[in-house]
Design a protein around this ligand. Structure first.
Ligand code: PEP
Length: 257
């Protein structure tokens, strides 16, 4: 079964709303460059909360074929949760995707699988697609336990989801040691864990969900290394951090074939 490749650019805590305009305009220009065929990949930008309204205005106004999302979401619907942003608020701004369980949230904000699960449910409940991040830290990789560790995170993060919900999800395998370090996983490393993720979905939710769920790789992806990673059967796209801040580089990643 063919799955539409997805290239998502996580801007992290970079770019104010004016800088966001420049990047999205440059990216749109790059994506519309008729010399290149980008039609195969769905392109998503994931700006900080403060840029989302600006990105929405640009995307809607110029009818850009770029989707956008948020880097996090509250597990709560509304109320006395100072500093949090609800799924309903993000959906109202036209977000299609929400990243949940990024390793930086898990590490710096002690987010557990249970909280990631609740956030993913909140995103789904508001009609958005969660991009559920999983992946092992360096010591776990050094012990050769990356599959066991990552599948345990997956099980916890997707607990209680129906097969239909899982089929519509995006799971991003992001080994922590490869994020922002310049040390990219080899295509075979990426394939090993992405295949294991799809295998676990097949085991728990059946063939239809396993064949439909999109599994991304993330960790120091660049235009120069994306081709080998995307050639792997179980890698359906990439979650890109640093390289998504440069329109040419991210454009090159979207042109991976
Ligand atoms: C990320 O933040 O999800 C990420 C993969 O970052 P980078 O591409 O910079 O390694």
């Amino acid at each position: 079964m063919s799955r539409t490749p997805l290239m998502a650019g996580n801007w992290k805590m970079n770019l104010n709303h004016q800088e966001a305009v420049v990047l999205v305009q440059k990216l749109a220009w790059t994506l519309n460059d008729k010399k290149h065929d980008y039609a195969k990949a769905e392109v998503v930008v994931v700006p900080p909360f403060t840029d989302i309204r600006t990105v929405q205005t640009l995307v809607d106004g110029d009818q850009l074929s770029i989707a956008y999302g948020a880097q996090d979401v509250s597990a709560h619907e509304s109320g006395a949760y100072t500093g949090e942003v609800s799924a309903g608020m993000l959906a109202k701004l036209g977000c299609s995707y929400v990243v949940v369980g990024h390793s930086e949230r898990r590490e710096y904000h002690q987010e557990s699988d249970a909280l990631v699960n609740a956030k993913a449910k909140a995103a789904l409940g508001a009609g958005m697609t969660p991009i559920v991040c999983v992946g092992e830290p360096l010591p776990v990789r050094q012990e050769g336990q990356q599959v066991t560790y990552t599948l345990a995170q997956l099980d916890g993060s997707l607990a209680g989801f129906s097969a239909e919900q899982v089929g519509g999800l995006v799971v991003a395998y992001e080994p922590v040691w490869a994020i922002g370090t310049g040390e990219v996983a080899t295509p075979d490393d990426a394939q090993e864990v992405c295949a294991a993720i799809r295998g676990r979905v097949r085991e728990v939710h059946g063939d239809a969900a396993a064949d439909a769920v999109r599994v991304l790789y993330g960790g120091s992806v660049k235009a120069a290394n994306v081709g080998g990673i995307m050639a792997k059967a179980d890698v359906d796209g990439c979650l890109v951090g640093g390289a998504s801040l440069q329109a040419d580089e991210f454009g090159g990643i979207c042109r991976f074939y």
